[in-house]
Design a protein around this ligand. Structure first.
Ligand SMILES: Nc1nc2c(ncn2[C@@H]2O[C@H](COP(=O)(O)OP(=O)(O)OP(=O)(O)O)[C@@H](O)[C@H]2O)c(=O)[nH]1
Ligand SMILES: [Mg+2]
Length: 191
């Protein structure tokens, strides 16, 4: 039996909703702390990370919910990056896109807009409006960030649900991020 792609998406959607499986993607420049954040949430302790060469797939388990996490490489190598190679698999049925920058690296903040535009365009083709969470990581670095600029992005783009500041290595803000993920996915599955 073979299914058309729209039938296959309907099938995936049925599995996702009936098994209460959410899906999130982490995006942002290299070394901003995406892998550290997700490892700390899952293992509740900090692991030493290596640069992600392509993508890590992880699962966060909640009481009656599982969330699949696609943690993508920050090295945006055209044609080799998962967004190019696995576009549909990554963006279909996506609930949340977490965009991460590092508060001690202004360029990583500027590049948030590049990641935002790119994933939004790809996701819109196959997916009804995923939510965005913006994360400013490495707040333990002692650097402060101009909150006004960040708030403007969040206020001007209705897709953004939240801005959170975290330290992946010290665990600060990760509970809030975890709660936010669980809350958004739960709401979307119950729509
Ligand atoms: N000081 C500080 N260092 C952090 C924090 N989060 C991550 N790091 C460090 O930053 C480096 C990069 O962290 P990763 O989690 O591998 O970064 P990434 O965004 O996954 O990078 P790519 O996989 O290359 O895209 C590591 O040495 C981490 O220990 C943080 O909150 N504070
Ligand atoms: Mg990584």
């Amino acid at each position: 039996m073979s299914l058309s792609s729209s039938e296959f998406l309907d099938f995936l959607s049925y599995i996702k909703e009936s098994n209460r499986i959410g899906k999130i993607v982490l995006l942002g420049d290299g070394s901003v702390g995406k892998t550290t954040i997700i490892q700390s949430i899952i293992n509740r302790k900090v692991e030493r990370t290596k640069r992600t060469p392509f993508m890590n797939c992880e699962v966060i388990k909640y009481d009656n919910l599982e969330v699949q996490v696609y943690d993508l490489s920050g090295q945006r190598t055209k044609e080799f990056h998962p967004l190019d190679v696995l576009t549909k698999q990554i963006v279909s049925l996506l609930d949340i896109i977490i965009l991460v920058f590092s508060v001690d690296n202004y360029q990583s903040f500027e590049n948030i807009y590049v990641w935002f535009k790119e994933i939004k365009e790809l996701a819109e083709k196959v997916n009804p409006s995923p939510n965005f969470i913006l994360v400013g990581n490495k707040i333990d670095s002692g650097e402060t960030f101009n909150l006004k600029v960040v708030e403007q992005i969040v206020e001007n783009n209705k897709e953004f649900v939240n801005y959170l500041e975290t330290s992946g290595t010290e665990g600060t803000g990760l509970e809030a991020l975890n709660d936010s993920i669980c809350e958004i996915v739960t709401k979307r599955l119950e729509k």
